[in-house]
Design a protein around this ligand. Structure first.
Ligand code: 2PG
Ligand code: MG
Length: 508
């Protein structure tokens, strides 16, 4: 029984313990005793408790104790007390970084994705490189950097101050591409801090992000669902990485998700009928991966699936060519994954332009991502100037501010694919979106092929009103959790929820 008065048994235990520890006879150090009144005065306790009680009375709450507890909690500002990282696996079974950021009020978790492309201009993903462990992919160094260096640097900081937290990590790293601590280490902490900041403000994460970016309104993005996979993301012979569908004609995100799911399942049936059910195996992003020989064949399958839904022109199509992956010198080898190459599919950049023109005339294609090699600025620029569809820079830009500035100046493309892990902090991600927006570009918030159970990008896409989110197929847990989070956001925003719909290009 807890009475506050020491029982005989407790006294006995204390006595035995003190004898064991030989401290029983030690004279206690002389310390000036603080009186009860002094303690109350020091912590302004009487006034704070009185305030809390008054507030509860004013609110006439049915649960005054809970009200007072919450009121008291709010009176203390949140500070980071510890950052603890660990190695987890991403959706491909490859190690990545997860972080628990502790404040005096709670624990906030974040993890970072990883992709197939990694280029000279993107922030460095720190991997251990020991071939005997996870084939060189373990991230123990990044984890250690968080637990030892980053944690120490951030203790005591206010999680609401995102820019200061990110700057502290950038200063600690001291390299341009975050080689020292690892962008995977820095980003995991940056995202976890952002979640802690939102919780401290008692606002949804998307609202906190919207505030950080200085944007007034939040917008639910149009989902670009990957329905067909190829390229490096699937084991078929299709060179093109993704064919996506965008339900721009839906009235709400919830409806867009329904249309996406229905199209995906119709596509499964179409593939089973026209090819075989083996073609319904999926790629890394969850897209179906039949063995198709051409972009046109893939588009036909998708068109047929859309027709079967009955939504027809309310669903548009997009393509991520990821052309760098099959560019050989100045040619594009569309048979690169095929064992029986005929040589007929070896195309020049001009041939590729002709193919895109034809396909855009025949199918409702609204954007093409990476239509050429990442260093082929000239053809990308020329193709953009034709104004046939939006041209999204992914490998071309690598979410790098210098590449984006160059592309803006040279009018090379007109939309940014935003991959937060290529940048390394939330603050810098917000900055590159501003760069793109100032140039009247579109922005597509993107997942990576190696994803985790973190849905941060969903809130990011709403908070920054990027207009489009590309988070893979409407299937597979690590993809659907991004879309499901958008359902929750839409529900939470209620009457205030706005779906980008037909305005997906420019949600300014
Ligand atoms: C892309 C992404 C996501 P990865 O190219 O757009 O599909 O792929 O993560 O492999 O870079
Ligand atoms: Mg891409």
């Amino acid at each position: 029984m807890l009475t506050g008065v020491e029982s005989n048994r407790q006294r006995n235990v204390r006595f035995k313990l003190s004898r064991l520890l030989k401290i029983g006879n030690e004279k206690p150090k002389k310390k000036k005793k603080m009186s009860v009144q002094e303690y109350l005065d020091k912590h302004l306790l009487s006034r704070k408790i009185e305030d809390a009680v008054n507030a509860a009375v004013r609110a006439k709450t049915s649960d005054p104790v809970l009200f007072i507890a919450n009121h008291m909690k709010k009176a203390v500002s949140s500070v980071i007390t510890k950052v603890k990282a660990r190695q987890i696996l991403d959706s491909r079974g490859i190690p990545t970084v997860e972080v628990d950021l502790h404040t005096n009020k709670g624990v906030f978790r974040a993890s970072v994705p990883s992709g197939d492309s990694s280029g000279t201009y993107e922030a460095v993903e720190l991997r251990d490189g020991d071939k005997g462990t996870y084939l060189g992919n373990s991230v123990a160094k990044a984890v250690k950097n968080i637990n030892e260096k980053i944690s120490e640097a951030l203790i005591g900081m206010d999680p609401k101050l995102q820019a200061q937290i990110d700057q502290a990590m950038i200063d600690l790293d001291k390299t341009e591409k975050k080689n020292e601590l690892g962008a995977n280490a820095i980003l995991a902490v940056s995202i976890a801090a952002c979640k802690a900041g939102a919780a401290e403000k008692e606002v949804p994460l998307c609202k906190h992000l919207s505030d950080l970016s200085g944007r007034a309104n939040m917008i639910l993005p149009v989902p670009a669902f990957t329905v067909l996979s190829g390229g490096k993301h699937a084991s078929n012979h299709f060179a093109i990485q993704e064919i996506m569908i965008l339900p721009v004609g839906a009235s709400r995100f919830e409806e867009a998700l329904q249309w996406g799911s229905e199209t995906y399942h119709h596509l499964k049936a179409v593939i089973t009928e026209k090819k075989d059910s083996l073609g319904c195996n999926v790629g890394e992003d969850g897209g179906l991966a039949p063995d198709i020989s051409s972009l046109k064949e893939g588009l036909e399958l998708v068109k047929e699936a859309i027709n079967r839904t009955g939504y027809n022109d309310k669903i548009k199509i997009a393509i991520d060519v990821a052309a760098t992956n099959f560019c050989i010198g100045t040619k594009y080898d569309l048979d690169i994954k095929s064992p029986n190459k005929s040589g007929q599919n070896f195309k020049s950049a001009d041939d590729m332009i002709d193919m895109y023109k034809e396909l855009c005339a025949e199918y409702p294609i609204v954007f093409i991502e990476d239509p050429f090699d990442k260093e082929d600025w000239e053809h990308t620029k020329y193709f953009s100037s034709l104004g046939i569809c939006q041209v999204v820079g992914d490998d071309l830009l690598m979410s790098n501010s210098k590449r984006i500035e160059r592309a803006i100046q040279e009018l090379a493309c007109n939309a940014l694919l935003l991959k937060v892990n290529q940048i390394g902090t939330v603050t810098e991600a917000i900055e590159v979106v501003k760069l793109a927006r100032d140039a009247q570009w579109g922005v597509v918030t993107s997942h990576r092929c190696g994803e985790t159970e973190d849905s941060f990008i969903s809130d990011l896409s709403v908070g920054l009103a990027t207009g489009v989110i590309k988070a893979g197929a409407p299937c597979r847990g690590e993809r659907t959790m991004k879309y499901n989070q958008l359902l929750r956001i839409e529900e939470e925003l209620g009457d205030q929820a706005v779906y980008a719909g037909e305005d997906w290009r420019q949600t300014l």
